[in-house]
Design a protein around this ligand. Structure first.
Ligand code: DQA
Length: 147
């Protein structure tokens, strides 16, 4: 059975309390539950993780090799700064869908740059928590037929 990793970066553990006007009121555990429901519908499994530490995220990407067919990655602010995460994705060659709750392109200029985008299959942003289900569906489609 296909297994995907949904990986979350810094400050996303605070979803629900953190700037609700930007990120909404849904908590990360509620999002995790939604991901499991979507996985069940698609006949796959997902593992869900979060870390505030860049190196832990690099390790999680490395360790995904051989276990997960792909990663949905909300790298939080590391999206805009981390060559290490970009290199981890290139080095492992694991298909990654880049995800953001907010529309990073409609926000501050420093959020427009993504180090993940050039090494990702694609990017989903601006749909709030629903983006996780969209990203999982998109990644499964990509794994099945390369779209
Ligand atoms: C975010 C967008 C990033 O710019 C920000 O640093 C985050 C969350 C999002 O999901 O909208 O932490 O990745």
């Amino acid at each position: 059975m296909t297994s995907l990793l949904v990986l979350n970066g810094p400050n996303l553990n605070l979803l629900g309390q953190r700037q609700p006007e930007v990120y909404g009121h849904t908590t990360l555990s509620q999002i995790e539950e939604q991901c499991h429901q979507m996985a069940e519908r698609l006949g796959i499994t997902v593992a869900f993780g979060q870390s505030n530490h860049e190196g832990d995220l690099v390790d999680a990407i490395h360790n995904a090799r051989g276990t997960y067919a792909g990663i949905v990655l909300n790298a939080g602010a590391y999206t805009h700064t981390s060559i290490a995460l970009m290199d981890a994705i290139s080095s492992t060659q694991i298909p990654v869908v880049e995800l953001h709750l907010s529309n990073i392109h409609a926000r501050e200029a420093y959020r427009h740059r993504s180090y993940i985008a050039p090494v990702a299959v694609g990017q989903i942003c601006g749909f709030g928590p629903a983006g996780y289900s969209l990203a999982i569906t998109a990644l499964v489609g990509h794994l099945e037929d390369g779209t």
